[in-house]
Design a protein around this ligand. Structure first.
Ligand SMILES: [Zn+2]
Length: 297
């Protein structure tokens, strides 16, 4: 039996799945705000709660924003800032008295979809979460590709490729650069683009609805978005040549992307045929916690 824990800024979710991926238990608790020690204890308590129900000692995998630094073993780049620069993995292992696996949430998303989700059976899967940010993960033959710097798949802070004059230098990114893919492709990036065109503040969901109801400014905005996503994913395909690209996060709910983006990307992919499939996730928001469980596989 495998336990997966999804450690988020507001909630910690835990599940146990059996060897077939069938969910046995699911439980959710609030993340102790800004308190590292309490968060570690809460995770251990959640594991104990689940094991009371499964009546066995399970493997434990944890997915979280950020990644363990290969240099120090400390967590970095997490949006739950109290977790940063802490030996999260070692501290949890101490309490649970067993080795655990940890990976970033985009990697867990990609692993879940590659194992028994939308990318099941594919050798190479690129999973990308496009919501408030853009995180990516790569799974090869059922294993997360981590890399010596623990950044494999982190695509969102590459620049938008084949930029047009009016896309340069691009919006400011929190990482300190300008024109990162994330500044165009995240939900806030889409809102920003619509605001530039219309001087109206609309969320990504509202822009999609406006386009569907025939508002031309919103339609133009979504077409720019699709062209940019196609260019961004073409870069990934030229480099990695994945069998499947799975979208996650809020933007994965925009159905037209799966048809329109592959109609555009051929122009930018260095191949006469493109067999890569762009697909919606099977498990959606549950993929983070399921992928965490599959880290022990
Ligand atoms: Zn950036």
């Amino acid at each position: 039996m495998r336990i997966g824990i999804d450690l988020g800024g507001t909630k910690i979710e835990g599940i146990a799945i059996d060897n077939h991926g069938t969910e046995i238990v699911r439980h959710r608790i609030a993340t102790p705000a800004g308190d590292y020690e309490a968060t570690i204890r809460a995770i251990a308590g959640l594991v104990a709660y689940i094991e009371d129900i499964t009546e066995c000692t399970c493997s434990v995998g944890i997915g979280t924003p950020g990644a363990l630094s290969p240099a120090t073993g400390l967590l970095r780049n997490s949006n739950s800032v109290c977790m940063n620069d802490q030996p999260v993995k070692a501290d949890i292992e101490k309490i649970l008295k067993r080795d655990i696996r940890m990976s970033n949430d985009a990697n867990c998303f990609a692993l879940s979809e590659a194992t028994d989700g939308a990318g099941k059976g594919a050798a190479v899967v690129f999973g990308v979460i496009i919501g408030t940010g853009t995180g990516g993960g790569i799974v090869v033959n059922g294993k997360v590709l981590t890399g010596p710097n623990a950044i494999a798949g982190e695509w969102g802070h590459n620049p938008l490729p084949w930029s047009k004059q009016n896309e340069l230098p691009g919006p400011n990114c929190y990482c300190g650069k300008q024109g990162c893919l994330e500044t165009f492709l995240s939900g806030p990036g889409l809102s920003h683009d619509f605001y530039n065109a219309s001087s109206e503040k609309k969320s990504a969901v509202e822009i999609v609805e406006l386009a569907a109801s025939g508002v031309q400014l919103a339609e133009d905005c979504l077409q720019r978005y699709e062209h940019r996503l196609a260019r961004g994913l073409s870069h990934v395909i030229n480099l990695l040549d994945p069998d499947v690209i799975v979208l996650g996060g809020g933007m994965s709910n925009v159905g037209r992307l799966y048809k329109n983006v592959p109609e555009i990307w051929g122009e930018f992919i260095f191949s006469d045929v493109v067999n890569t499939r762009l697909v919606s996730p099977m498990y959606g928001d549950s993929s983070g916690v399921r992928g965490a469980a599959w880290l022990n596989n």
